[in-house]
Ligand binder design. Structure first.
Ligand code: ZN
Length: 203
């Protein structure tokens, strides 16, 4: 994970990038959460193309009117992210997620799936999450959906991995043909490992 690019997206799936919004996840000293405010959550969601600029602007002005509501959404987002992190980390180690996390995840599934509706577009129907103007959490359903899509595909799930860079902790979806990807990014953790190997050899 990078210190220089605040919005590095290497997860290859929306839910993985969302989980990776904590730098140095597995380090107690270096751990840094990117979502320090509701504004940051909106900003990241815009960058991840979960929100349009218009949506982001509307959300930020609504949040200004309703700071405690925005604070609640931020808390929910972080809680969901941490649940997803633990679930997918377990999966990357071929262990099942714990019951409590799956239960918490399913609460979000039930909550957001009530918002699903079929709408008629130009020449086709689309299933999407209904948005109301006053809701401050429209970024969460697509992220949740991305996690559900990954979870229910056995073949895809095998490609969920955790970066071997210690204490990076980032998760990613390995798109390489022979499932050989080991690092969140070659330029960061990959390179650090290479340098470490080089020095160990020299010793
Ligand atoms: Zn890494």
């Amino acid at each position: 994970m990078s210190e220089t690019n605040p919005y590095m997206m290497v997860g290859e799936r929306l839910c993985m990038d969302f989980i990776n919004t904590v730098s140095w996840r597995e380090s107690t000293e270096k751990r840094r959460d990117w979502f320090t405010s509701y504004t940051k959550l909106v900003d990241w969601s815009l960058h991840a193309e979960v929100l349009t600029i218009q949506q982001a602007q509307d959300l930020l002005s609504e949040a200004e009117e309703n700071p405690s509501k925005a604070e609640d959404v931020l808390k929910q987002a972080i809680e969901l992210r941490e649940v997803m992190y633990r679930m997918f980390k377990n999966i990357s180690m071929k262990t099942p997620p714990n019951e409590q996390d799956l239960g918490r995840f399913n609460q979000s599934v039930s909550h957001y799936y009530q918002l699903l509706q079929v709408t008629k577009d130009e020449d086709q129907f689309t299933l999407r999450f209904k948005q109301t103007e006053k809701n401050l959490d429209p970024m969460l359903p697509p992220i949740l959906q991305s996690a559900v899509d990954l979870l229910i595909s056995k073949k895809e799930l095998e490609r969920v991995k955790q970066c071997e860079g210690d204490p990076c902790g980032w998760l990613f979806f390995d798109t390489s043909r022979n499932k050989s990807r080991r690092w969140c990014s070659m330029a960061d953790c990959g390179n650090r490992a290479k340098v470490r190997r080089f020095y160990q050899k020299g010793k």
